[in-house]
Structures are given as structure tokens and as C-alpha cells.
Design a protein around this ligand. Structure first.
Ligand code: NCD
Length: 310
């Protein structure tokens, strides 16, 4: 439970309560309506966001920057570890202390699990975790939850399949935490070697979630209102041969859609490699580019909330 967001760090999917999610979604919706109407904002005038990306990113970094600029704030960025003092061996703590002198809020992506929490332990401004290795990606989970609400109308009473790399995928690690706040039936569809970590599954079951772990995509598709598809996280494999064996294992294409539940919504955090055929893009339930747009509204809401402007 976050309650009052002002000054808080956003590090993990398990931080949020239903009320917190309602708050974020309401503010995001307000910004969505405003931007759709052509409204401009100067709520963040004089405020600076630092975007520190020590791992590749397109959507997360640009949507945070777009969100801050849309609110009238400014942005400073590090777009790769190679161009920052991380390449000289600077610690995460020293980086966080330094950036606290330049910005009112920082967003950080880093290859190590726990890196954002480490930054938050010394930073004097809010730290937002934009992906810590194979750990968490809470802001993606928030925009995913917002997208589900928009696409399906509700989160309660639905069946959701998470498909692909559930072992290394940080988006699904964060998303299941949010889904566990609702009455959702979960299908975890992955190859045996890429299952959701057992401690996470156990904890979710203890919270009363109905969970089925399976390798069978077709069966899961037939009973799901939503398929959340993920990329096999090639960069996390210590032996590339293991990746080669498994890549392409699940593909959403027109043939799969025919066997799926009618009206199924397809989401993906992107980037996709080969998990969703481009021929699916014209299907009306293909929500992944609408999902991208929602990232701006949700990140506007989060920035406004942690800076105490909403
Ligand atoms: C994801 C990530 O970086 O974890 N991308 C994103 O933020 N939208 C998913 C991925 O890289 O597969």
C-alpha cells in the first residue's frame, strides 16, 4: 500500500494496493482525456526528470520523457552505460547521489536485480525502477493493468494467459503482483525451462489465486480473455545454445487466433521478435500498440503523483 505517493520510490509490483491502482488509473485517464482533447500542461514547470538507462530501451525511456515533457517539465538522460561514469566503475549509490543533485525524480534501468532499490536507499529524490535485470518492471505492469481495464472493461472475473519467458521476463514478474489484487484466473504458459520462479507462484497461490502452469498454448488460448505474450529474454541466457533451442517456441498467428476464445485481447510489452505474427496486427483485439500509448498516460500519472502534483 502506497497511499500518499508524494516522495515515494516505485520499485516493485508488490507495493500497490487496489486503492493505489485506482488512483493511478484515474489520474492516467484524466491525462488521456486531456491530451486527446489537445490540452497542454505546465504542472511540472521547473521540474527535471533524469532518465538513466544502463540497458537498451525504446518505449520505456521515450515514454517517460514524453510524459515529463507533456507535463511541462524537463528531461536529462543517460541512454547507455557506455556513455556514463558507470563505464568507469562508478557505484550505483554514487550515481544516485549525484543524480539527486540534478533532478527532482529519477527513472533507472540497470542489468542487476535490486539495482533500483540500491539507488533508492541513498537517493534524495524518488527513484522509479524501469527494469532491474530479470527482476521487476513495475511501471510496465501499471500500464499493462491500465490497458487491460481499457480493453476488457474490468480486471475482475477474467482469465489471463501469460505466455513465453516467465523465468527471466521482468514485466510478467511485476504484472502478476498487480493481477493478484483482482479475481483473475491465471494460466502460465511457458517451456519447462522458462517457468515462472516457484517462489512467486507459491506466494500467489497462497494469496488465493487460481493458477495453472502449462506448456500448451492452444488450450490456454481457448479459455483466456487475454493473452499477454513476451519475448524470450535472449540477453539473460548464460549459454546461447539454450536460447537457440527454445526461440520461436510459441507464435501467435491467425491459425492460433481461430482456436482462441472469441474476442481474445492480445498484449505484448514489446519489443517482439517472432512471438506475434505481423498478420495479427490488423486483428481488432491486437492491443499492443494501444498499450504503448497508454504508457505515456500512466507515466504522466506516476510522475505527477510522486512529485505531489496530483
Ligand atoms: C520489456 C523490458 O525491457 O523488460 N520492454 C519494455 O519495457 N516494454 C520487455 C522485453 O524487453 O522483452
Amino acid at each position: 500500500m502506497i497511499g500518499d505517493f508524494k516522495g515515494k520510490h516505485i520499485l516493485h509490483g508488490n507495493q500497490f494496493s487496489n486503492e493505489d491502482l485506482d488512483k493511478i488509473m484515474n489520474v492516467a485517464d484524466e491525462f488521456e482525456q486531456g491530451l486527446e482533447k489537445g490540452q497542454t500542461y505546465d504542472l511540472m514547470k521547473g521540474k527535471i526528470l533524469a532518465a538513466l538507462f544502463f540497458e537498451p530501451s525504446t518505449r520505456t525511456r521515450l515514454s517517460f520523457e514524453s510524459a515529463m515533457l507533456s507535463l511541462g517539465g524537463g528531461v536529462i538522460s543517460v541512454a547507455s552505460a557506455a556513455t556514463s561514469s558507470a563505464a568507469k566503475g562508478e557505484s550505483i549509490g554514487d550515481t544516485a547521489l549525484t543524480v539527486s543533485q540534478y533532478a527532482h525524480v529519477m527513472v533507472m534501468r540497470h542489468p542487476e536485480i535490486g539495482s533500483a532499490a540500491e539507488a533508492a536507499s541513498v537517493a534524495t529524490v524518488p527513484v522509479i525502477n524501469a527494469g532491474d535485470g530479470a527482476g521487476q518492471h513495475p511501471t510496465q505492469a501499471l500500464l499493462d493493468a491500465y490497458t487491460i481495464k481499457k480493453e476488457i472493461g474490468a480486471l475482475d472475473g477474467i482469465t489471463v494467459s501469460l505466455v513465453g519467458d516467465l523465468k527471466y521476463g521482468r514485466t510478467v514478474h511485476a504484472l502478476v503482483e498487480l493481477l493478484s489484487l483482482y479475481d483473475i484466473g491465471l494460466r502460465l504458459v511457458s517451456p519447462a525451462s522458462l517457468k515462472m520462479p516457484a517462489d512467486i507462484v507459491e506466494r500467489l497461490k497462497q494469496k488465493g489465486m487460481e493458477i495453472v502452469e502449462t506448456e500448451n498454448l492452444v488450450e490456454a488460448a481457448a479459455e483466456s480473455d487475454l493473452m499477454y505474450v513476451t519475448r524470450i529474454q535472449k540477453e539473460r541466457f548464460s549459454d546461447i545454445k539454450d536460447y537457440e533451442k527454445i526461440k520461436g517456441v510459441y507464435v501467435i498467428d491467425e491459425a492460433l487466433l481461430e482456436k482462441a476464445k472469441k474476442g481474445v485481447v492480445i498484449m505484448h510489452p514489446l519489443p517482439r521478435v517472432d512471438e506475434i505474427s505481423e498478420s495479427v496486427d490488423s486483428y481488432e483485439g491486437a492491443a499492443y500498440f494501444r498499450q504503448v500509448r497508454n504508457g505515456v498516460y500512466v507515466r504522466m500519472a506516476l510522475l505527477a503523483l510522486v512529485l505531489g502534483i496530483k
